[in-house]
Design a protein around this ligand. Structure first.
Ligand code: KIV
Length: 276
């Protein structure tokens, strides 16, 4: 195992222009595989609402669910930095409530939390969390928790004004103490500008190759079906068909009485059992 990924090592990677690799995970087994493969950062994303629970968006995900999945992922991760998403409305109600919710995710095993958006309230929350020693990752561009306001999962930052706003938001989050920013679904040129302007690492998703690193939803890139497959997702595997083919083979073998064959069965000395 190469050394544990920390805030310092992520910052060094930006400075040395080494790309940061990131994926989401929601359970122990997947997290362990991603970590063993050498991923730098694992995000317990609130995308679990869609990937795991089949919802149309992330809005129903609760702090309880995030804490539960973070605890499971924690057990599988040794090297990667582990970040957990603060779900919808878990960092807007009051400063006390924000601290309590972030504290639950940290106690569940996250090393940092991610907040979407850069409104004044979110910036205040970020500052507050950083001030008590909880590292914060920002998230600008397409912020799925604002799906209704954005009118769907759409490209952001298209015009000059919209692009300027995203740069301002990213800089404001950096000033508030964020150690890194996720930049989602924006034009490549805008992502390059944000990445150049910020001192902290910018992790892109649908933002082109110019960012300091890349993140994808693991289920998307492994080809496990979800109803929404954005243009920016590259499928590195087709696990849907692997799973379906294995299941079909299993069904066939049970029906043909080929499974379980002898090698999968236990034997006992029949005479002795009969004597009992
Ligand atoms: O919830 C999530 O998985 C995310 C990533 C897409 C960055 O926020």
């Amino acid at each position: 195992m190469t050394s544990k990924v920390t805030l310092t090592s992520l910052q060094c990677m930006k400075e040395k222009k080494e790309k940061i690799t990131a994926l989401t995970a929601y359970d122990y087994s997947f997290a362990r595989l991603l970590d063993e493969a050498g991923i730098d950062l694992i995000l317990v994303g609130d995308s679990l609402g869609m990937a795991i629970c089949g919802e149309d968006n992330t809005l129903k995900v609760t702090v309880d669910e995030m804490a539960y999945h973070t605890g499971a992922v924690r057990k599988g991760v040794k090297r990667a930095m582990l970040v957990a998403d603060m779900p919808f409305m878990s960092f807007h109600v009051s400063p006390e409530n924000t601290l309590e919710n972030a504290g639950r995710l940290i106690r569940a095993g996250a090393e940092a939390v991610k907040l979407e958006g850069a409104s004044d309230g979110v910036l205040e929350s970020a500052k507050r969390l950083v001030s008590v020693g909880i590292p914060v990752m920002g998230h600008v561009g397409l912020t799925p928790q604002a799906v209704h306001q954005m009118g769907g999962f759409k490209l952001q930052g298209k015009g000059i004004e919209a692009g300027r706003k995203i740069i301002d938001d990213a800089e404001a989050l950096e000033d508030a103490g964020a150690f890194s920013i996720v930049l989602e679904c924006v034009p490549v040129s805008l992502a390059e500008e944000v990445t150049e302007k910020l001192k902290v690492p910018v992790i892109g998703i649908g933002a082109g190759v110019g960012c300091d690193g890349q993140i994808l939803v693991s289920y998307d890139m492994l080809g496990i079906p979800s109803d929404v497959t954005p243009k920016f997702v590259k499928k590195y595997a087709d696990l849907s068909n692997v799973i379906k083919d294995a299941t079909t083979a299993y069904i066939k073998e049970i029906r043909a009485e080929k499974f379980p064959a002898e090698e999968f069965c236990y034997t006992a000395p029949t005479r002795r059992l009969k004597a009992i």
